[in-house]
Structures are given as structure tokens and as C-alpha cells.
Unconditional design. Structure first.
Length: 226
């Protein structure tokens, strides 16, 4: 079933970009531009997560989130524009699950949505079929045969993608798009370089076994037979 995301944002252009990105990722999107509409929509149920702007025509996102928290644990991601707003999201007990700072890339927002939903749905377990690996998305940590891997941010994300779909062959382009924030600014070689450093780290734990398989001229996959 598609999960429905409520976007509360009064700037139509921003809302449209968000909607497009989320729909591309398979989410259902409802858009409201005022706190009033948002209250009604949330009350009607069926919403999995709220993306909430701070400055809205009939009120502000902080008050709405605080009210919401009195009655529900519905995940909230704030869209913040200024440092002072970030300070409030982080510093006050508003109960937000995450925030992104404008201007943001829709890709980044989608990644946050996925992470928050995974966390709050309690489904952040490593899928069957990738034995040896355990992913902790909240702390961005991966253990391999019970050893914690010391990974850079991109190594972590790269391995998280591979471990999430054992056996699936990912092209360099796919990995680039899923892992890097500005794929257009990166080179294909970037993926290869990170695979190389990842392998070196895995090899320290299992010197005789390489869990990552190279598909020449195509890309990489995680071996299903660990
Ligand atoms: Ca606004």
C-alpha cells in the first residue's frame, strides 16, 4: 500500500517539487497550504508523515506540531528557512522527527522521509538474505560478522543500498543516484573508488571472502551466498 505524505507548504513551487519527488519514489502526496487545512487533513487520518513548513499564512508550523504532539506520534519533518528556526526545531521540545533547511534538494528530503518512516515504522531490520550484515540506520552504522565497520558517509550509504537488496545488480548510475547528493557533479569512478575502500574494510574481517560482486561493464551486487 502506498504511504500518504502530507505536505504543508504555502509556496506552490516548493510544494510541487516535493510532490513530484515523493511521487517518483512511490508515495501518495496530499498538499495543504495552511495550518487550518492541515489540521483537518490530519484529523481525517490515513497520513503516514507530515512535511511541515514553519511560516504559514494562518499560523506557524511550531504551534501546529506542538498541538499535534498532544494527540499523536505522527512523524513530522520540518522545512526550515533560517538559523533561528533550526535552533527552535533542535533546541525546543517541539517533537519533530527531523528537519531540512531551505533550499534543499528533493532527493535529500526523500531520503529523510524514507529514514524517518523506517525508524518510526520499526521496520529498520536488515532483510533476510544478507547474512553477516546488520544495518542500524539511525546511527548510520553497519556491522559485519559482529564487527562494527568504520565507514565514511558515502561508504555507509553505498553498503546500505547493496545490503538492502542482496543479489540485485546495481549499475554505477543507480548507485550514484541513490547514494550521492549531487550525482551530476560526481564521476563514475567515484563509485568504483568507494567500492574499493569498502572492500578493503570488509577484507579485514573476512580475508578470504569478498561479499561484493563485480559485474563487468555493469555494476555491483551483494552476494546472496555469504
Ligand atoms: Ca512559508
Amino acid at each position: 500500500m502506498q504511504q500518504r505524505i502530507l505536505v504543508v507548504e504555502d509556496e506552490a513551487g516548493i510544494a510541487e517539487n516535493i510532490r513530484y519527488a515523493l511521487q517518483t519514489e512511490g508515495y501518495d502526496v496530499t498538499w495543504c497550504s495552511t495550518v487550518g487545512e492541515a489540521r483537518e487533513t490530519v484529523a481525517a487520518d490515513g497520513i503516514a508523515l507530515v512535511i511541515l513548513d514553519v511560516g504559514l499564512p494562518d499560523g506557524n508550523g511550531f504551534d501546529f506540531c506542538r498541538d499535534l504532539r498532544n494527540s499523536s506520534r505522527l512523524p513530522v519533518i520540518f522545512l526550515t528557512a533560517r538559523t533561528s528556526e533550526i535552533d527552535r526545531v533542535v533546541g525546543l521540545e517541539i517533537g519533530a522527527d527531523d528537519y531540512v533547511v531551505k533550499p534543499f534538494s528533493p532527493r535529500e528530503l526523500c531520503a529523510r522521509v524514507r529514514a524517518v518512516l523506517r525508524r518510526t515504522n520499526g521496520t529498520d531490520t536488515t532483510p533476510a538474505g544478507s547474512p553477516g550484515f546488520a544495518v542500524d540506520p539511525e546511527r548510520m552504522r553497519i556491522t559485519y560478522h559482529d564487527s562494527l565497520l568504520d565507514l565514511s558517509r558515502y561508504e555507509y550509504r553505498l553498503l546500505e543500498v547493496l545490503v538492502g537488496r542482496p543479489g540485485q545488480v546495481f549499475t554505477r548510475d543507480q548507485l550514484m543516484n541513490q547514494v550521492w547528493e549531487e550525482p551530476e557533479a560526481s564521476l563514475d569512478r567515484t563509485v568504483d573508488t568507494h567500492i574499493k575502500t569498502l572492500r578493503a574494510k570488509l577484507r579485514r574481517i573476512t580475508p578470504d571472502h569478498d561479499p561484493i560482486k563485480t559485474h563487468r561493464g555493469v555494476g555491483y551486487s551483494l552476494r546472496e551466498d555469504q
